[in-house]
Design a protein around this ligand. Structure first.
Ligand code: RIB
Length: 302
């Protein structure tokens, strides 16, 4: 279905350490965990995996270290058919995310960036091949890596989708005119000072994001409320799909990848928002990050 899509994903690759507990500890408190495990993660790698599982041809661009985690993460990406020739392996240490998950599947994430913070911005641009028609970036790498990649893509008429995670202030003015800019609720607050908790606030925040980035579409991820689309004129909301919430980790990554794919495939941004909601609903119903990404069959069942 998405066979003609040649996507490049510039972003982070992490090993995730997931600790499950009924209740997260307060400061100074000890709690007992119920289980733990390691999973493949990193916002960039999660989005690359989602794109590949949905049928796109994907090139991952980033950095790991030549250590046990780095080798394991790259092997996994390769096993999904992802081209890893754009991933440098001379980082100081592969990125690590410690994820604590409460009994309701809500996460708190601490990221040690390691190699992800050492990606070369010039090399990144060189790794984006001429046949690329879709670029996905997130904010889990250095600002100049994101800005250089996005501006290169815009100049070359590549559909460019910016996932604004994790929440941080970012100079959106340095990359004007991407196709889609998509923050979640806390990322929206970090970028605009407005928490999108009402329709008025969603619209106010979307207007600020549009003004700052000049992106064609602003798509706000609103968790269990679904998503909101702003094209500079009209705000439209799309309800989420209800599934059994096990782990919300990487649901946003899954949403962004599915949104981008459907948009480039059909050119229909509303259809893409709905498709993103379906993909996100699948991701929250599974434990883990990269391994909770759906196939087309999974999405069609939602
Ligand atoms: O978006 C989820 C991801 O954020 C996790 O996989 C973790 O690695 C952090 O980067």
């Amino acid at each position: 279905m998405y066979k003609n899509i040649h996507a490049a994903v510039v972003g982070s690759i992490n090993m995730d350490l997931i600790l499950n507990m009924k209740k997260v500890p307060e400061i100074g408190e000890n709690v007992l965990g119920t289980s733990y495990g390691y999973a493949n993660g990193g916002k960039g790698a999660n989005q690359a995996s989602a794109l590949a599982q949905l049928g796109a041809k994907v090139k991952m661009i980033g950095k790991v270290a030549d250590d046990a985690n780095g080798n394991k993460l790259l092997e996994n990406l390769k096993s999904k058919g992802i081209d890893i020739s754009g991933v440098a392996t001379d980082g100081s240490q592969t990125g690590l995310a410690a994820i604590i998950l409460d009994g309701d599947g809500r996460n708190r994430i601490i990221v040690y960036e390691g190699a992800n913070a050492e990606i070369d911005p010039q090399q990144t641009v060189k790794s984006i091949e001429g046949k690329t028609n879709l670029l996905l970036v997130q904010f889990e790498t250095a600002e100049d890596v994101v800005v250089n990649a996005v501006n290169h893509a815009i100049k070359n008429n590549i559909t460019t989708v910016i996932d604004c995670g994790p929440a941080k202030s970012f100079c959106l003015e340095k990359m004007q005119g991407a196709t889609i800019l998509s923050p979640n609720e806390s990322e929206t607050k970090a970028l605009t000072g407005i928490y999108p908790d009402s329709n008025d606030n969603i619209l106010a925040a979307a207007k600020v994001l549009k003004e700052r980035s000049k992106a064609k579409y602003i798509v706000l991820k609103l968790g269990e409320r679904g998503c909101a689309l702003y094209d500079g004129e009209v705000l439209k909301t799309f309800s989420s799909y209800k599934t059994n919430v096990v782990d919300t980790t990487a649901a946003g990554d899954c949403f962004t990848a599915a949104l981008a794919l459907e948009y480039i495939n059909s050119g229909d941004i509303e259809k893409a928002c709905d498709f993103g909601n379906k993909a996100g609903a699948f991701a929250v119903s599974r434990m883990g990050a990269e391994n909770s990404m759906p196939t087309i069959k999974d999405i069609l069942k939602i």
